[in-house]
Design a protein around this ligand. Structure first.
Ligand SMILES: [Zn+2]
Length: 431
């Protein structure tokens, strides 16, 4: 098989399987290991000869210099025959490594463009809170979580909802992931000195209604974005934080005044992916003993034993679960009063926050995924000290630090009191 056909076949297979990335890694004797990331995990596909030829081929596809092997490169290309109406966009990055170069092909599925908030997986309960916030003319809407949690896709869904000819929507991104008709998108260019703050200041002079800032990475960007949100613009952005309360803490750490945070933020959405149960072998069952303690008795749960359709894993595809923290008067007051992270979490829980665990559990009880899967994903994310059920006994591993212990990166606010001991009682949702 020709190298051209080989590469195209991998990309086609990646698209068909819903893979996010294809990894090409040199092994000894000019061999190349091919792996794909599906539903968050890498799977070995094959090992082929002619590693150098394949690397040269993908570089040609992305219009990169085939002879430049000593520095990391990145580029992109489109394959018209794969994917939807606009073909399939692929982003290529290469890095020099022992034995040659490693290449990663990121498959960018344009079909996710045009998704509505409903398509994204927001429940009715969340939409009732979130939709009115999206249609306000100003404020800061944040989507947070680790790399690959789907926060950028969510922001585009919001932009899609708002995209109308009477509004000026401008973005600053690094890089521009999706090409959206009707809005002005600007890419950060570090070589030309076009940083996030520089582009942001420039586009604020162009009379925008809505501004999408790809990511808030530094204090200067945070400050301009907050300022813009307070002075009559709707600002959408992402932050690399674990959860909603952690986002407030991070912004404080970046030097944003409590006043700015309290009055700019409309909501913070934190998100994660869970694996969906295979529709072929999914069935409802009585919950095992350890789950009864958490979700209450007499509520059926869903499990999947595995079948040929899901390669015996019991799972097929992924879906997001969300934490939604709307800004409320009590929360604003707590931020303004420099409350500790634990106090903020408590106030947020009492004033309408829907936790990842609550949303995940709702979706698990509806059959989307298993309760264990939600526990696996939620574990390690700050949960709420009060008023929401917690995934106890998810694993037998004892927790090293107490739930109420301050997180190491969270600088205690001035005058913050030591964290209160979390109350023991946790009632199941809907009880
Ligand atoms: Zn199955």
């Amino acid at each position: 098989m020709s190298v051209e056909l080989l590469v195209n076949n991998w990309i086609k297979a990646a698209y068909d399987r819903g893979a996010s990335d294809v990894h090409l890694e040199p092994e000894g004797d000019d061999k190349l290991r091919v792996r794909m990331r599906v539903d968050g995990d890498l799977h070995h596909i094959e090992t082929v000869p002619d590693a150098k030829k394949v690397l040269a081929r993908v570089k040609v596809m992305a219009s990169l210099d085939v002879n430049e092997r000593a520095v990391p490169l990145d580029g992109r290309f489109n394959i018209a025959e794969i994917g939807g109406r606009n073909g399939l966009d692929v982003r290529l990055s290469t890095t020099p490594c022992m034995g040659g170069e490693k290449a990663v092909l990121r498959v960018i599925d344009n079909s996710r463009l045009g998704m509505s908030l409903e398509d994204l997986g927001f429940t009715k309960k969340m939409l009732a809170i979130y939709k009115p916030l999206v249609s306000t003319p100003n404020g800061l809407l944040l989507h947070v979580g680790p790399t690959g949690c789907g926060k950028t896709t969510s922001l585009y869904a919001v932009i899609q909802t708002l995209n109308r000819p009477e509004l000026n929507i401008q973005t600053v991104e690094d890089p521009v992931e999706y090409d959206v008709q009707g809005i002005t998108q600007t890419q950060v260019n570090h070589e030309l000195g076009l940083s996030f703050p520089k582009v942001l200041r420039a586009l604020l002079r162009q009379d925008p209604n809505i501004i999408l800032v790809g990511e808030i990475r530094d204090a200067e960007t945070a400050e301009i974005a907050t300022e813009a949100a307070i002075t009559g613009h709707l600002v959408l952005s992402t932050l690399h934080t674990n959860d909603a309360v952690g986002t407030v803490v991070r912004l404080l750490d970046m030097g944003i005044a409590p006043y700015g945070i309290a009055y700019a933020i409309r909501s913070v959405v934190s998100q994660r992916f869970v694996r969906k149960l295979c529709p072929q072998c999914r069935r409802s069952a009585q919950p095992p003993e350890h789950l009864v303690k958490i979700i209450g008795a007499n509520r059926p749960v869903y499990t999947a034993e595995g079948c040929p359709a899901c390669k015996r894993t019991g799972f097929q595809g992924r879906a997001p679960i969300f934490e939604l923290m709307p800004m409320t008067a009590p929360l604003r007051k707590a931020i303004y009063a420099s409350a500790s992270p634990d106090e903020l979490a408590q106030v947020a829980a009492q004033s309408g926050l829907i936790s990842l665990w609550q949303d995940g559990l709702d979706k698990a009880l509806g059959g989307l995924t298993s309760v264990e899967e939600v526990m696996r994903v939620v574990k390690g994310v700050r949960e709420l000290p009060k008023g929401s059920p917690r995934p106890v006994q998810a694993t037998p591993t004892p927790r090293a630090t107490g739930r109420g212990a301050p997180r190491p990166q969270a600088k205690p606010a001035p005058g913050a009191r030591p964290a209160a001991r979390p109350p023991a009682a946790a009632k199941p949702p809907g009880a």
